[in-house]
Design a protein around this ligand. Structure first.
Ligand code: NAP
Length: 504
């Protein structure tokens, strides 16, 4: 574990004060952000460079941990478990509330950091901080509701209790697209349940995870209860899978890596929660409120530059209103402003990296080869070194086009027609994914039919942003296993034990 220097991390404001392009910004090695393990900020030999996707320039460095550090982290988490689970649920909840207070105090600065490392428009980053604070407060309350039950006895002189206990040390793996809130969605319920957590943030976006560690530290988190594993993903994943100290992995990311983790968990039968990819259908029915339908479709598609697991991926519009909806929608998309997320008035930021940009351009080309017509956008944004794609609408490609079968993760909206409700439900469900779906309709009967027949974990009716702390979130089919948020979010980190008492 060479090169360890115990000490304090640099304040995040070092980066939050950084403005605009970052071109030519020198990297001060002394300012490399440190790793947070066992209550200490440590420097390591290896560093990860953090790129601002709006400029394609490195603007920060973060210390990466190695195998030895991982072992230290797991040992520290194991050591911290007895006293953390021994705290009352009220005490654990109060700590989460204090962390939420710190997050709120630092809202603007942490939002700037999210925009710098992820690219999303600043207002959306502020929304992400707000939702993270709300998740912390929700699970601070849920900590006190993680109760078991008694069940009727079967024989005289016996009693039966159902007891809930924390599952143990948790490995939490988060992606880059909502780097703060998706981490909080795991660590808040795990800590509320009494579990120590080791968080592995995405390598592109570790800075707001560091900010979260600072908030938890100043809220008084005991050493080993929350730790940060920033570094090589396969090494960290293997350590979490193979070390028996880790009792559960909660993963959000691609279906491909989710499947790798599933295979890796087979030997030890380690429980996994998996929040994986999506390919959401959005259905616009003829009875909808058109203004609302356009507005909510814009949100469902272009929020976070289309890089959301619940982003509308395939837009189906009923024949009778097809032209009218499309005209309004294309007008609205054409008026979206793409640019650096820190600039005022920007609606759509850059994609996360060159690979994401290339993938989106390949889907656009493929759609054109499948009969699609580009109605607006379709190209890389001119004059910027960042990974920007013009907000794009394509119509008329067939259902075999990649954008109709694969997750897009870009500001690309493919629009196509349908005739009947039955037909569109069939086409919506024809996917290996099932994370979310959307419908624009005011027909109550249809709302019930869709609620029962659409294969997805979340259905937004006239609602392009359906996620809330108090409702469960997760997928069916290859979109994952388990649920986050709601009361189910806490349940994911609790074991259920039956205690049978005789001789009463
Ligand atoms: P990803 O490549 O699967 O990475 C996600 C996280 O897993 C990152 O922290 C990554 O680390 C880590 N990772 C990669 N390989 C690993 C391994 N072998 N063992 C352990 N960890 C490993 O996904 P992404 O590209 O960041 O995120 C986009 C995907 O996430 C999309 O498919 C999206 O739909 C999905 N997503 C799902 C939800 C949901 O709630 N269902 C929410 C958001 C995103 P490195 O960064 O170091 O590689």
């Amino acid at each position: 574990m060479g090169g360890l220097i115990a000490g304090k991390g640099f304040p995040l404001s070092d980066f939050a004060g950084y403005k605009g392009s970052g071109i030519g910004m020198s990297i001060d090695r002394e300012r490399t952000r440190r790793a947070y393990l066992n209550g200490q900020w440590i420097a390591t030999d290896r560093q990860i460079e953090i790129v601002n996707p709006a400029t394609a320039q490195v603007f920060a460095r973060v210390c990466a941990i190695d195998r030895e550090h991982m072992k230290t982290a797991l040992d520290a988490a194991e050591a911290a478990f007895p006293s953390w689970r021994g705290q009352t649920a009220k005490e654990r909840g109060e700590l989460l509330h204090r962390a939420a207070d710190r997050l709120k105090e630092r809202r603007d600065e942490i939002a700037r950091t999210i925009t710098l490392e992820n690219g999303k428009p600043l207002a959306q980053s502020k929304g992400e901080v707000d939702m993270s604070e709300d998740h912390l407060r929700w699970f601070a309350g849920e900590a006190r509701r993680g109760s078991g039950r008694t069940v009727p006895h079967h024989a005289p002189g016996k009693r039966h209790l159902v007891v809930k206990t924390p599952i143990g040390v948790v490995g939490a793996i988060a992606p880059w697209n909502f780097p703060l809130v998706l981490a909080v969605r795991k660590i808040a319920p795990a800590m509320a349940a009494g579990c120590p957590v080791i968080l592995k943030p995405a390598s592109q976006t570790p800075l707001c995870a560091i900010a979260l560690a600072e908030c938890l530290e100043s809220a008084g988190v005991p050493p080993g209860v929350f730790q940060l594993a920033i570094g090589q993903a396969a090494m960290i994943g293997e350590a979490l899978l193979t070390n028996p100290i880790c009792r559960k992995i909660s993963f959000t990311g691609s279906t491909k890596v989710g499947k790798d983790l599933l295979r890796g968990a087979a030997d030890s039968v380690k429980p996994l929660s998996l929040e994986l990819g999506g390919h959401a259908p959005l259905m616009v029915f003829e009875d909808c409120d058109l203004d609302r339908a356009v507005q909510q479709t814009l949100i469902a598609k272009f929020r976070n530059t289309g890089q959301s697991c619940i982003a509308a991926n395939r837009i189906y519009v009923q024949n009778t209103i097809y032209r009218e909806f499309l005209g309004r929608f294309v007008g609205a998309v054409a008026s979206l402003r793409a640019g650096p997320g820190l600039e005022e008035g920007v609606d759509v930021g850059p994609l996360i990296n060159q690979q994401a940009l290339d993938g989106a351009l390949a889907q656009i080309e493929d759609a054109a080869n499948h009969g699609g017509r580009i109605l607006t956008g379709g190209r890389r944004l001119a004059g910027s070194p960042g990974y920007f794609l013009e907000p794009t609408v394509i119509e008329g490609m067939d259902d075999g086009a990649l954008c109709m079968t694969e997750e897009t993760f870009a500001p690309v909206a493919p629009v196509t027609r349908f005739e009947t409700e039955e037909e569109v439900i069939g086409r919506a469900n024809r996917s290996s994914y099932g994370l979310s779906a959307y419908a624009m309709t005011r027909d109550l009967g249809r709302i019930f039919r869709l609620s029962e027949q659409i294969e997805a974990g979340t259905l937004g009716i006239n609602d392009g942003a359906p996620t809330v702390s108090q409702a469960p979130f997760g997928g069916v089919k290859q979109s994952g296993w388990g649920r986050e948020l709601g009361s189910e979010g806490l349940e994911a980190f609790l074991e259920t034990k039956h205690v049978s008492i005789g001789g009463i």
